[in-house]
Design a protein around this ligand. Structure first.
Ligand code: FAD
Length: 463
């Protein structure tokens, strides 16, 4: 059957559903193609949301275990893994069900199936006779887990992030390959649920895109909790044996090999650009599988747009959402483009790590001269009150103008706190704008003002 539509969106992740909803709200006829029954993409089904649901469980367990200094001692937590899984599944069901209802309310034609281009205005749905004829297409087909073919992924004990979120069981010894955000978040969950964690990371620090000093408080805490953290270390082979997964390492401080009950491979994600027959529509795809776009989210083909993970880093849901709005407004005829000055990043580890704007290493590499203010949370009344004073807030400011260039925060709720700095960057705030803004006391957000005052030199010594 030929289905004619004004706009077709491929993929129902945060980028895709936002685009479809916005286009429908602007009065466009919309078809949304999603290969899976559940809408919401990676983020809602196997990404942001399930991981944060499990991280909340982990937080409760950790807080209960660490409450003795407050004068309260709990018994060892009793964990019902089926209930932990059910809680996560219920949250996903609520959100994906909500997306489905919102799509229906907007009369969006949701087609379940795998879409592939057959020309620059037609898509075929695999295993069906349906052909979608469109005026404009928004590609929001996302990304997939990067797999290394020599690792024995056919053995259920070798997991990717999706498998790890399934919580089939809690292994005694878990190796996490990759010290990035996803690997560390899952390590946080499994550690709280009882696994002994080892981490292996190729580079010389965890979460390489953040400044090392911001990551250090997390590193110091998990070094005490986890069995091993091997930096500058490569996994050179992995074999599934009866007694466990045997992993060979190459690195100064790592053993030649070790055996684990399970291994989580979290080494990144690959964009899906090469999987949708872009060549049939004439859409350019680069060697990595990303689809290049301009600031209006247009590909090289004038009626085809692309958004989200499939167009480039950072692969984050809030970037996809923002790009979706831009693509639809541009199709509608509004003159605008994606011109965010910064996209914040957050690792929802314990403590959390969040950063926005330029990092110190980027400023150094770009030769930009900057002032730095670092406020240690050990001097914050609020962080001491909640018993988590290991964090720090670092502000980076232009030497000449005093304008905020970047901020990094490590500590409880860093992911919430970073928004103030993101807004400050977008508003072009300088040191005075931040330091003279009255922050409520005692809050963790005060550390942002204090770090700014440290950079100004108006706070020189701490209690
Ligand atoms: P996706 O969410 O990948 O959605 C693409 C959709 O397209 C999928 O549903 C897919 O099935 C569908 N699709 C693909 N090809 C086709 C086709 N040919 N036909 C039909 N359908 C197709 N980001 C954050 O910002 N914060 C977080 O805390 C966070 N946590 C994460 C935790 C984990 C474990 C993972 C894996 C990712 C996390 N992310 C997080 C990243 C976030 O999930 C992605 O950046 C986001 O989902 C990208 O949205 P998207 O719309 O580009 O694509």
């Amino acid at each position: 059957m030929i289905i004619k539509t004004q706009i077709v969106v491929i993929g129902s992740g945060p980028g895709g559903y936002t685009a479809a909803f916005r286009a429908a709200d602007l009065g466009k006829q919309v078809v949304l193609i999603e290969r899976y029954d559940a809408l919401g993409g990676v983020c809602l089904n196997v990404g942001c949301i399930p991981s944060k649901a499990l991280l909340h469980t982990a937080k409760i367990i950790n807080e209960a275990k660490e409450a003795s200094h407050l004068g309260v001692t709990f018994n060892e937590p009793s964990i019902n893994i089926d209930d932990v899984r059910t809680n996560k599944t219920n949250i996903i069901a609520k959100l994906t069900g909500g997306i489905k209802a919102l799509a229906k309310a907007r009369k969006i034609n949701v087609i379940t199936g795998y879409g592939k281009f057959i020309s620059s205005n037609q898509l075929a749905i695999e295993n069906s006779d349906d052909i979608i004829e469109f005026e404009q297409c928004i590609i929001a087909a996302g990304s997939r887990v990067t797999k290394i073919s020599v690792f024995p992924f056919d053995d259920a004990r070798v997991m990717d992030s999706t498998d790890a979120l399934d919580l089939t069981n809690i292994p005694k010894r878990l190796l996490v390959v990759g010290g990035g955000i996803i690997g560390l978040e899952m390590a946080t969950v499994y550690h709280a649920l009882g696994s002994e964690i080892s981490i292996v990371e190729l580079s010389d620090q965890l979460i390489t895109s953040a400044d090392k000093d911001i990551v250090n408080p997390l590193f110091r805490r998990i070094k005490k909790q986890y069995t091993n953290i091997f930096l500058n270390t490569k996994v050179i082979n992995m074999n599934a044996l009866k007694e466990g997964i045997k992993v060979g390492f190459e690195g100064k401080n790592a053993p030649e090999f070790d055996i684990f009950d399970k291994v989580l491979v979290a080494i990144g994600r690959t964009p899906n650009g090469k999987l949708i027959n872009c060549e049939k529509a004439g859409v350019e795809v680069n060697d990595w599988g990303f689809i290049p776009t301009d600031k209006q989210m247009k590909t090289n083909v004038q009626n085809i747009y692309a958004i989200g993970d499939i167009i480039g880093q950072p692969m984050l849901a809030h970037k996809a959402v923002h790009e979706a709005k831009v693509a639809v407004e541009v199709i509608y005829g509004h003159k605008l483009g994606f011109d965010a000055l910064t996209i914040p990043s957050v690792a929802y580890t314990d403590p959390e790590i969040a950063w926005t704007g330029k990092t110190e290493k980027e400023l150094k590499a770009e030769g930009i001269s900057y002032e730095k203010g670092v406020f240690p949370w050990a001097a914050s009344g609020r962080s001491l009150s909640i018993g988590r004073s290991e964090g720090m807030t670092k502000g980076l400011f232009d030497t000449k103008t005093g304008r905020i260039l970047g901020m990094g925060i490590c500590g409880t709720n860093a992911g919430e706190l970073i928004t103030e700095a993101t807004l400050a960057i977008e508003m072009g705030c300088n040191m005075d704008d931040i330091a003279l803004t009255i922050h409520a006391h005692p809050t963790l957000s005060e550390t942002i003002a204090f770090a700014t005052e440290m950079a100004q030199g108006t706070i020189t010594d701490l209690l």
